[in-house]
Ligand binder design. Sequence first.
Ligand code: NAD
Length: 518
Amino acid sequence: MSTKTESRQGSSQASSSQTHNNYIGGQWVKARSGETFASNNPADQSDLIGLFALSSAADVKDAVDAAEKAYPAWRRTPAPFRAELLMKAARLLETRKEELAQIMVREMGKVIKEARGDVQEAIDMAYYMAGEGRRLMGATVPSELPNKFAMAVRAPIGVVGVITPWNFPVAIPSWKIFPALVAGNTVVFKPATDTPMCALMLVEVLIEAGFPPGVINFVTGGGGKVGMAIVEDPRVRAISITGSTSVGKQVAGRCGELMKRISCELGGKNAICVMEDADIDLAVDGALWGAFGTAGQRCTASSRIIVHKSRYKEFAEKLVARTKALKLGNGLDADIDVGPVANKSQLESVHNYVEIGKKEGAKLLCGGNILTDGDFSKGFFHEPTVFGDVKPSMRIAQEEIFGPVTVLISAEDFDDAIEIANGTDYGLSLAMYTNDVSRAFTAMQELEAGIVYINAPTIGAEIQLPFGGVKQTGNGHREAGIAGIDQFTEWKAIYVDYSGRLQKAQIDTHGDSPAVKE
Ligand code: NAD
């Protein structure tokens, strides 16, 4: 939906109760086009969350102008002071946690407990990255020459572009924006068009915390126009994007041509392996949560479950019984286990995979339908679905479905399970259920993934460890933990020679002259 609005400058973020603007250079401004787009509740399309600026390259230029102008002063602001603002943001997020969680349920459908967890992740990240303001560790090393000091410090990069998906609409922006800001960068932030309200509320928190004008800029609109304009602007020195592998490849390709730093966190096809010695009930608990939490719309969703052939039947029966008992509905109701998927095209895409699975010869064990009865007809609900007798080469076992669908694969033995788990293009999160300590350690060594769980499902990362994947899940960067700072800093090596004479590295110490002359 698109509507026209009139004057451009707004004194607050909302020019009417439901119309929301971009935030550029410390001002709430309409898109230059004056156009807006709607964000609606995926559980009930008649529930309008708000209208948001449908921005274009011209708005991105304004945002980059502001970020570029703010950068020199922000870069020179001592990091502990930058961190104090982040600490304030953490406390404000705590105050607004419930309000943000409720909006999140309305805007993208995850159930309320998970929405609170999403906001909590941002709170944790704010406190963690605020701590980095008093660390931002560099390195001092001995010089090979006498009377010479050698060190490396972290420097900010400049203006960074942050492009985020809708599935963790507060947590994921926080993983990028908080380390970027504490490291001294200024930010142009474009959230997914499905979750602009959550993103806007996060920006409001940063404004209230006192981040100066131009340090954080917020531009809403589509990926092709707004996202690409951020990528294309030569003054944006780094891009951090989380999204699908296809979009990530497109953005990374362009950044490669522009010689721009790019960090991608992309798709996954995660697996839980369940060995014959595992606690099967524990593994079923994990599989249920891993596969159907957030309606399967997690990059780390357990979308494959690889079970030792001797326990396959028992596991399948238990999982199917538990899946059938899941309660679907509007996530604001505390009794609901699984909410809607995020939008219509997502619903169609998920269901299309169910049809593909049937055609490929997989056995539909439960679910498989779009729900259209009663209140379900107002939103985008898909039954939690389990396929059995799945072959590792089937498309439903290889491609990211990103919905409440999981597949069961039978493994001959431990080595076969590891081979199947590693046998996709992705490498985000893999899990092993076993009570054998040697197998647990072998799995940690052999599973090709950025994240490995033992006796826990593929979801549930904590912010103090690096997050990201190998193979087509990413391009070698990590978010969160200390590694999360690397994305947003440049190393600067500094040598201070206080010998008072010309000293030649690699020559004076290894050539004719002795290292130290008496
Ligand atoms: P998406 O790729 O459609 O969009 C992600 C973001 O990129 C959005 O803001 C979108 O507007 C923008 N975008 C789209 N095209 C663009 C372009 N050409 N140039 C610049 N920006 C562009 O992803 P989505 O549907 O929002 O999210 C789901 C995907 O995200 C899944 O594949 C999921 O696995 C992935 N994801 C990965 C992680 C991770 O950390 N690995 C975490 C969450 C989600």
